[in-house]
Each structure stands twice: as structure tokens, then as C-alpha cells.
Design a protein around this ligand. Structure first.
Ligand code: FMN
Length: 178
């Protein structure tokens, strides 16, 4: 499989089989994430892998609410990975502050995609979740400020049988050579 083919197999999976995920596979996803680049190599990330069914379901229930319901499928995922971030120390972030950019959030996006692409390589499905109840998750997992969950990633064997076509803008709309 070429790298481009691998990218095409990654999709947001919103239905999972009731099948545990092998620890070696999770470890390889984390290793792929560990090797991600970050601004000034600050690596402002930490992963909490939640697979204990009770705790996992509690975290899953914190990814939706009575008002915001679109993540109601999350409890089907056997594993949830909570990706924490924080603003690195002042001397590291100074460049970002001067430019009004939060580099750690850029870093988190990169590390999350490393994780998800390795998961695709392992035959596993993922979905990054940006909507969740931050305070609830921090309490459940004893996450203390300045650390904060930036994303929750669902992980498991996909319950979908086919890869959807990607709905994306055409290259002509987003590319410019100068
Ligand atoms: C930062 C971020 C936050 C997202 N949050 C959610 C979410 O809360 N719930 C969800 O179902 N999908 C979420 N997604 C998945 C996107 O909807 C999905 O990536 C996009 O529609 C493209 O589809 P694909 O991943 O299948 O290619 C999120 C994706 C990203 C990158």
C-alpha cells in the first residue's frame, strides 16, 4: 500500500465491532504519535488510553449531551484515547505569543493524525472528537490544569464494511503555485 492509499483508507468511523483492540497495536499507534514533529520540539501532548469498560463508558457519555447529540455513537468504541495538551513554558511559546499563534494546538492536530494513520495501517478505525464536556472528562480522568483534553480519539475495529469516498474541495480550489 502506498502512503496515499493508506491516507484514503483512514476515515471517521462512527460504529465499532464489540471486539477488543490488541495492546501491541495501540502501542504502535502511540509510537507513531510519539515521533510527530512539534514547534520547538516541545511535544506538548499526553495520551490517556481508556479501555476499562466502566470508565470508558463514562468518558464516552461525556462526548455528548442532551442538547448536543451527534456523538451518541461513541460508546460503541472499545477504546477512547484522550489527548491532553498544554501551553509550553513561556520561553518556548514566546514566538507563538508574539505571532498570536497557539502552536500546541497545531502540534496536537499533527500528533492525532499520526496516531490515526498508524491505526489505519493496523486495520483499526478511529474518529477524532472535538466536541466533549471538558470538565467532566478532566474529573473522570483526574486531569489537572494546565493540562487539558484537546481531542478524544475513538479506536476499535470498524463496524463499517466499506470506505466512503472522501468529500473534499478540488485541488483547483485550494492550490496556487507562485
Ligand atoms: C478537530 C476535529 C474534531 C472533530 N470532531 C468530531 C466530533 O466531535 N464528532 C464526530 O463525529 N466527528 C468529528 N470529527 C470528524 C470530522 O467530521 C471528519 O474528519 C470530517 O467530516 C471528514 O471525514 P473523514 O474523517 O471521514 O474523512 C472531527 C475531526 C477533527 C479533525
Amino acid at each position: 500500500m502506498t502512503f496515499l492509499d493508506l491516507i484514503k483508507t483512514r476515515q471517521s468511523d462512527r460504529k465499532y465491532l464489540d471486539k477488543p483492540v490488541e495492546k501491541e497495536k495501540i502501542e504502535r499507534c502511540l509510537e507513531a504519535a510519539r515521533l510527530a514533529p512539534s514547534a520547538t520540539n516541545s511535544q506538548p501532548w499526553e495520551f490517556i488510553v481508556v479501555s476499562n469498560p466502566d470508565l470508558k463508558n463514562k468518558v464516552a457519555h461525556a462526548t455528548y449531551s442532551s442538547l448536543i447529540k451527534f456523538n451518541r455513537w461513541v460508546p460503541t468504541a472499545p477504546v477512547l484515547v484522550v489527548l491532553n495538551t498544554w501551553k509550553p513554558e513561556l520561553h518556548i511559546t514566546l514566538g507563538g505569543i508574539l505571532k498570536n499563534r497557539q502552536f500546541n494546538l497545531i502540534d496536537v492536530g499533527i500528533v492525532a493524525e499520526h496516531f490515526c494513520l498508524q491505526a489505519a495501517e493496523e486495520g483499526l478505525g478511529t474518529c477524532m472528537l472535538g466536541w466533549f464536556q471538558t470538565k467532566k472528562i478532566m474529573k473522570l480522568l483526574n486531569i489537572k490544569a494546565p493540562k487539558k483534553p484537546a481531542l478524544v480519539i475513538t479506536l476499535g475495529y470498524s463496524g463499517h464494511t466499506h470506505i466512503r469516498d472522501k468529500k473534499r474541495k478540488n485541488l483547483d480550489e485550494i492550490r496556487k503555485y507562485m
